[in-house]
Design a protein around this ligand. Sequence first.
Ligand code: GTP
Ligand code: SPV
Ligand code: MN
Length: 597
Amino acid sequence: MSQHQAALASIPNTNVRRWVEQCIELCQPDHLYVCNGSKTEKQTFLDEGCKAGVFLKLNEKKWPGCYYHRSNANDVARVEHLTFICGPDEDVAGPTNNYWNDKEAYAKLQTLFSGCMKGRTMYVVPFVMGPIGSPFAQVGVEITDSLYVAVSMGIMTRMGDVAWKQLGDGEKFTECLHSVGDVNPERRYICHFPYDNRIWSFGSGYGGNALLGKKCLALRIASFLGQKEGWMAEHMLLMGVENPLGEKQYVAAAFPSACGKTNFAMLIPPKAYTDKGWKVTTIGDDIAWMWADKKNGRLRAINPEAGYFGVVPGTNSKSNPNAVKSIRKDTIFTNVGLVTMDDGSYDIWWEDSDWVAPAKCIAWDGTEWTPGTSKKAAHPNSRFTAPMFNNPVLDAAADDPAGVPISALIFGGRRSKTIPLVYQAFNWMHGVYVGAVLGSETTAAATGQVGVVRRDPMAMLPFIGYNIRDYLVHWFKMRKKLTDPPRVFCVNWFRKNDQGKFMWPGFGENMRVLEWILNRCKGQAYAMETPLGWMPRPEDINLDGLPMDEQAMRELQSINAEDVKSELLSQQELFLKLGGDMPKEMLFQRELLISRL
Ligand code: GTP
Ligand code: SPV
Ligand code: MN
């Protein structure tokens, strides 16, 4: 301990200091470093990382301040089967989470953490989730032996001395203990102890498993806290939309992992819209913390993050020009293709990028790749880590501790069949049902089979940090606090025709759907009543300039009664899981839908 005294003394909060001392004793690092969040510190980390082979500096001209990182090939996505909610009894986890008894989990992980940082440096990373000074901001401290994690947390959160200031001499902070261990999937556990405000993650260096401020704190732990304290932590993007009259509305949208949040949050409207004066701005691309505003009974929200951890493949100046601009500097690229340039410096490449494929490169798994190879150069879940302040359309209120008022809540899944482009729920209670039975095809963001439809309530299936029964009840109860609730919608950008082609152009063109949604929120757009909810007629969505006629729109919006019945049957999956614990409002809503059909 004595060689660590100087670093320990730089931790101003005694509660944190005491906890770090315990972790030193457990993990036995050779060195201790307490992060301050300065620019110099970041550069030192990056330089050290380059020497240690953690990072490769990319060509400074093409990619100023950007670095490449490749994670272990067995460690490229979230691991839902190794993610646990721990507590004294099973009820806290509920039927949709893996449960582990807290005493057993602590005992097992203690053996793994024991001495795991011998020969390594322990980084103490203090961070704030949420704009500084917001009453909803939460402080966390991550202890990690990964330089990649320390640097990434510096981008994704408000990291360093600001966190000590926010915490003061308080004791409410989330203890986040992380080690990459030996990156062995056999010894990989992502454990949450919501009663103890604590996260222990071992054996993975990747994204949601390792950057503990993100899914672990800002969703699993925060959703638990929110239920107790009367607010919500959701897997939602936040965006602002200004119409030609200068009126601004804010939207929150929940789509499952790799189903379009980052793209939607940064969308550039079609030219005819921008010419008229429509503007879209980003508050956040992945997580929203929301509460009922006591002054006016409206839903308000902040983005707890400060960076984007976005899907790289498919990012190009046609699909998402604002993302392309956001990642041109000071960005870390993980598991993309690595290209050696003529002068020996490094470039990167990914599928569906702006650049033609290189003659050869190193693929995400470390092997050589050439254009003929059947595998991908970039892993489908390869990611960029970029500061949100790089975003050219960052909303002026993105850093505002007071948050923004939400007009519309949107739920959306990736569904090649059955689900129409857009409909509106009849009211909040119906909207909660629509969100709760959301189905989506699985993606590469988590390990496991890709492309199978599963129920993903509120796009939160892997992120609800407690019993889903209490989570759904909490959603229904929020209605009481919201005297002026947002309108609730369901969208599906991913419906396909019989030839397997997307029926809707998506991306920037989603503005056309958004226009209808926002007008509905102001009582200014027409809708017809259907069994699912309120739907635009084909003529209610502006199709000008699209190679699409009203007939195509009709097909995109069609509801097939037989398909909806099978959809209802597949909802059984969720209803059976919850059994007698299913909130009765859910049963009522389902009965109403059946009777409408
Ligand atoms: P996470 O970061 O995992 O939470 O994902 P996300 O929800 O932010 O998804 P993202 O915006 O990164 O999009 C994931 C994939 O969906 C990308 O490959 C996009 O190209 C694709 N995508 C996004 N929006 C659309 C759309 O409107 N239409 C179609 N067809 N594809 C889209
Ligand atoms: C997701 O999977 O929803 C992500 C990426 O946003 S991760 O941080 O790995 O969770
Ligand atoms: Mn996500």
